[in-house]
Ligand binder design. Structure first.
Ligand SMILES: Cc1cc2nc3c(=O)[nH]c(=O)nc-3n(C[C@H](O)[C@H](O)[C@H](O)COP(=O)(O)OP(=O)(O)OC[C@H]3O[C@@H](n4cnc5c(N)ncnc54)[C@H](O)[C@@H]3O)c2cc1C
Length: 397
């Protein structure tokens, strides 16, 4: 731990949001077999957005083996970004320029759509529109970032390259370059509106799914079945056995939060900061003035269980923060770890399950899983209604 970082009373292992006021959604046990239009497996942010969308014109139940929100969603640091883990220029080399451009524009639209939904449903989640500051690092240096800003600007995305002098003058940061972009946001991921009409059944584990020409029967650990015309698996990184996930990897990642009213440069309240390094560092502030710092991803699904590693990872994050913003005396309050999905392109996997009729699966890979949860609710809802989203091909498993 660095000299400037105080760690007294560290609530090790518990994500910040576990102590959000007003948590908890009405849940019911599954006491008899039932039949609905749509059954959603998983009550995280993906399941919530899916239920919100589909309950407009369908009867919907959401099933979860745990209380709602206790999966990856509770651990999220909730930077709501349209910038994909892979820069536009790199993504274009992997999937072609036209598709990469569409993926970026769709993510940009998703953040606006989420802002509209939060305003319409009056969700008290501290949603705040922010700009982002993407710093040159060991993965992508200043020349790559300059080219990236040009590629984004060419499709109308508001991204501007900053050289080292401007970066130092405006932000007091010593790096070889950065990109400033508008149109991202942040929020509290554990707060959400009740999807109108959708019931949450918990604790209910779905143990098997059997499809036939008319629908799907979900067998559960409580002995009652749920019959649905359509089923959507929103199981986060707990991939259902029947769902293929080619190229997907599960990583461990770490985050920590300061006490409220952390002293920080004023500009940080309006910015999400992240860097083009591997492993990378990111930071943002909450409405009550906590500073959240995260990163240090590792290629392991199990490292999140290691308490000693959590302390070491928090120490590394604190040291990197101090190197980036030397004036910030970080007062740590919470430190936690979580599982995180990754794909070769940074794009999520959203689409029908090939081996089972009437079923879809949603896996929001990458650092912007919540943005992808928004897109997933739109893509799957269009197909459940018998239509087709024009960007569905970008996210096919
Ligand atoms: C530390 C950390 C920081 C992150 N930061 C960000 C960020 O800044 N921005 C961002 O956009 N994303 C971030 N993410 C990723 C984001 O949190 C996830 O993409 C998102 O929460 C996934 O939501 P979900 O609803 O798909 O999955 P989950 O929240 O994991 O929900 C899945 C649910 O499915 C249930 N389930 C699984 N299998 C079954 C079954 N068989 N029967 C019944 N229930 C089942 C589970 O119990 C769970 O509740 C972060 C993740 C971590 C860990």
């Amino acid at each position: 731990m660095t000299g400037a970082t105080k760690t007294r009373d560290l609530r090790t292992g518990r994500p910040l949001w576990t102590d959000s006021p007003g948590l908890g959604l009405p849940i019911r046990p599954l006491t008899r077999s039932l039949s609905v239009d749509v059954a959603i497996v998983g009550a995280g942010i993906s399941g919530a957005l899916m239920a919100h969308e589909l309950s407009q014109d369908h009867s919907v139940v959401v099933l979860d083996r745990r209380p709602p929100l206790t999966g990856s969603t509770m651990a999220s640091t909730a930077l709501l970004q349209w910038e994909i883990d892979l820069p536009l220029t790199t993504l274009a080399k992997q999937i072609g320029t036209a598709k990469a451009r569409r993926a970026y524009l769709r993510s940009r639209r998703a953040v606006d759509d989420l802002a509209r939904l939060v305003a319409k449903e009056r969700i008290p989640c501290q949603f705040k529109t922010k700009s982002s500051l993407y710093l040159a690092g060991d993965d992508h240096g200043h020349r790559a970032l300059e080219a990236e800003a040009e590629a984004r600007a060419a499709i109308g995305l508001d991204s501007r390259y900053l050289g080292p002098a401007e970066l130092r003058d405006r932000f007091g940061i010593e790096r070889t370059g950065a990109i400033v972009s508008t149109g991202s946001a942040s929020g509290d991921p554990a707060r959400r509106a009740h999807a109108r009409g959708a019931r949450i059944l918990s604790p209910v584990e779905v143990t098997q799914a059997v499809s036939d020409p008319d629908g799907v029967t979900l067998l559960t650990n409580v002995g009652h079945a749920v019959r649905a015309r359509s089923v959507v698996f929103c199981c986060g990184y707990e991939f259902p056995k029947a769902v293929p996930t080619p190229g997907a990897r599960i990583l461990s990642t770490w985050a920590m939060a300061s006490k409220p009213r952390q002293r920080c440069p004023a500009w940080l309240r309006e910015m999400l900061v992240w860097e083009a390094s591997d492993p990378y560092l990111y930071l943002r502030m909450t409405g009550d003035g906590r500073l959240i710092v995260g990163g240090e991803d590792e290629e392991s699904a199990d490292a999140i269980q290691d308490r000693e590693k959590l302390k070491r990872k928090c120490a590394t994050l604190a040291a990197k923060l101090e190197a980036l913003l030397p004036g910030v005396a970080f007062e740590m309050d919470y430190g936690w770890a979580g599982a995180f999905g990754s794909s070769a392109t940074g794009l999520p996997s959203i689409g029908p399950v090939e081996t089972m009729d009437h079923t879809w699966a949603v896996m929001g890979f990458g650092g912007n899983g919540i943005t992808y949860s928004v897109i997933a609710s739109q893509v799957v809802a269009a197909e459940v209604r018998g239509g087709r989203d024009s960007d569905a091909d970008l996210y096919r498993p």
